[in-house]
Design a protein around this ligand. Structure first.
Ligand code: WT7
Length: 635
């Protein structure tokens, strides 16, 4: 039996027991036998959830790109590492072999070195899904610079906040991006952001949409000429296992985005190991994850996990609806995709368009289907199973988070019997617990509670950049000696987990994590607004959509409300990005508050969900009269 490659359910249980009974020797064996280290560790694991301090493979030396690229050259040099499928189906796809990837990453790494970027420096990457995105990520890792990828759908303001939070020295961007029939001028967004980013010395600009852009002398450089002039050889920086590999921002329920810091050794081991097993990747397979590299899913399961296994990974620049809603299936057929990993929101959007668009394409290559990002509803699960997988491809519903680095609760394809809407069993090494409101662990099955993790795993984020206290407060303070996920879950009679959703003020919209507070802060900046509260409500395609209750400074009909709605969404688009726009905005005379002044969101959630029959206990409200008015005017 190989602990590295699990094939049956009995094997899963055996390996799982090993991983839990003796985590250190278990992970030591995986790390030792399947990865390339420059020097072995002094100690496998040190941890204290109270401080909190977690180290894996302390003292070990490595470079993750030697694991993702160099070590494959001898046996897989001519194998395709990345298939780039462009936005426009008439433009040909690009196949990048492991050898070409080696050369392109080295060239890029040498350009960064020439720009004065050194180990530990922060590099902001603001690029569309073009090969330069994966290559620049790997180039940073090659020289030990810490990449901070910002999703290219974020606004100038959101970009500037992220650049400044970790004082990035350089920004890598492009003239613009293609998104379906539209183009977006990324460079001008970067220019706007940089009016307020003192740490940035230079900007590298890739050409993608061939538009004229403004290039600032002494700061901005076209990327291609620099790459052309750079050497395709270069040494990888030797990194400590606990050196930061990247920062990735995720929204919190309050305050500014959290820069989650992932380190090198443990992250590599865990993402590679989960990739191999969850998707049951085999040597000749073609794997496609439709996420953007701007999110953790793309970091772990487009770039690092697949490449570490010598896999062929597809990078798709476009959107599911262009040129029509059959694009995903066309791409699956074109590249003979074997493992396909997407989000429930995409499945729901495609299901709405009918099965004809699926049936037009030959999907017989598909062996495994995956979902991630939010709970998948039963209807979408069956549609995916029936029409895409033809009931032959197991669906792996993978639960995890930006903070966890890798997949945590999931079926192992072909080993774990699936159950619609259930993420099923903890992955190897993961020890979940359900807690009640008093912080007591709930034992047994057929129970529900708050989902926590009892024991560290190799790819857990180590801190929040620049704010370790916030890391402790957010994840390790709700319950003693537990990592708190922010999610609720139930455990069924056989021990399968079903994630029921967030129990905090984070709302998952189309699989994107949105904190309510930053959106409310933005709305409150509008001169006409006194106060606001955002809640989620169920939406057929997005899973959840945003409902805003807004109290104006001057009540009455003096303003045109539709104009105001447009202005509020405009403001949100500018400050955060279009993904945070509100679907519904209700103007209210006041918001229901407790005597301590806290907005009672529970009530607002019920009204937004059109579930007004039982609002629960309202006796602690300071102003019960506003509830009636809000209900009367609900949208
Ligand atoms: C939150 C984390 C992990 C990559 C994408 C999201 C929700 C994620 C599932 C799932 C139910 C899920 C949780 C989690 N979530 N996967 N399979 N079933 N809920 O990363 O932006 O950090 O969001 O997404 O609520 O806490 P993220």
């Amino acid at each position: 039996m190989s602990n590295y490659h699990i094939k049956h359910l009995e094997e899963y249980y055996q390996v799982y027991r090993k991983s839990v009974n003796n985590p250190e020797s278990f992970w030591e064996e995986i790390a030792e036998e399947h990865f390339l280290w420059r020097k072995k560790w002094n100690q496998v694991l040190k941890w204290d959830f109270d401080t909190p301090e977690i180290t894996w493979f302390e003292g070990a030396k490595l470079n993750i790109t030697e694991n993702c690229i160099d070590r494959h050259l001898a046996t897989r040099g001519d194998k395709t590492a990345i298939i780039f499928e462009p936005n426009n189906p008439d433009e040909s796809a690009e196949h990048i072999t492991y050898r070409q990837l080696y050369e392109r990453v080295n060239k890029f790494a040498n350009v960064l070195r020439d720009q004065g970027i050194k180990k530990g420096d922060r590099v902001c990457i603001y690029l569309p899904m073009i090969p330069e995105l994966a290559i620049s990520v790997l180039a940073c890792a090659r020289i030990g610079a810490i990449h901070s990828v910002v999703f290219a759908g974020f606004s100038a303001n959101a970009l500037a906040t992220r650049i400044n939070d970790s004082s990035c020295k350089i920004v890598i961007t492009s003239d613009g991006s293609f998104r379906g029939a539209k183009t977006i001028d990324l460079k001008s967004i970067v220019d706007e952001a940089l009016t307020d980013c003192p740490s940035v010395d230079s900007v590298l600009v890739a050409k993608r949409i061939q538009t004229d852009v403004n290039m600032k002398d002494g700061r901005d450089y076209w990327l291609q000429p620099l790459l052309d002039a750079a050497s395709e050889e270069g040494k990888a920086e030797v990194m400590d296992a606990e050196d930061p590999l990247f920062i990735l921002y995720t929204s919190g329920s309050t305050g500014k985005p959290k820069g989650m810091v992932h380190t090198t050794g443990g992250y590599m081991v865990y993402t590679a190991y989960t990739f191999k097993n969850v998707f049951q990747y085999r040597e000749e397979d073609v794997y496609w994850c439709t996420a953007d590299i701007g999110w953790i899913t793309g970091h772990s399961y487009i770039v690092y996990g697949p490449l570490c296994n010598g896999a062929t990974t597809v990078m798709f620049e476009g959107v599911p609806s262009y040129p029509d809603f059959g694009r995903f299936w066309e791409v699956v057929a074109k590249h003979n995709v074997n493992q396909f990993y997407t989000a429930p929101t995409a499945i729901r959007a495609l299901a709405k368009e009918g099965v004809e668009l699926v049936e037009k394409h030959d999907l017989s290559s598909l062996k495994v289907l995956g979902t991630v990002g939010e709970p998948i509803n039963e209807e979408a699960w069956h549609w995916y199973d029936d029409n895409v997988g033809k009931r032959k491809a197991p669906i792996v519903d993978t639960w995890w988070q930006t903070e966890t680095g890798g997949i945590m609760i999931t079926p192992i394809a072909f080993a774990t019997p699936t159950k619609p809407t259930y993420a099923t069993l903890p992955f190897i090494g993961i020890q979940p617990a359900l807690l009640d409101e008093n912080g007591t662990e709930i034992q047994g099955n057929q129970v529900d509670g708050r989902l926590c993790i009892k024991f560290p795993w190799p790819s857990i984020a180590r801190t929040i950049w620049g704010n370790h206290q916030r890391y402790k407060d957010t994840y390790f303070s709700a319950y003693k000696n537990m990592y708190f996920t922010g999610d609720g879950a139930l455990r069924d009679e056989v021990g399968y987990y079903r994630i029921t959703g967030r129990v905090d003020d984070v709302i998952i919209v189309s699989g994107h994590n949105l904190g309510t507070a930053p959106i409310e802060d933005t709305i409150n900046e509008h001169p006409a607004v006194a106060e606001s509260a955002i809640v989620g409500f169920p939406h057929d395609i997005k899973g959840n959509a945003l409902y805003g209750y807004v109290t104006l400074k001057e009540t009455g009909e003096s303003r045109n409300h539709d104009n105001l709605r447009t202005e509020i969404n405009q403001l949100i688009t500018e400050q955060i990005g279009p993904i945070a726009k509100l679907d519904k905005i209700q103007f209210t005379d006041g918001l229901p508050k407790t005597r301590s002044g806290k907005i009672m969101r529970r009530i607002l959630r019920k009204i937004a969900s059109n579930d007004m029959s039982n609002l629960g206990d309202t006796s602690t409200l300071l102003n019960p009269e506003v509830v009636e008015a809000i209900m009367d005017n609900a949208l």
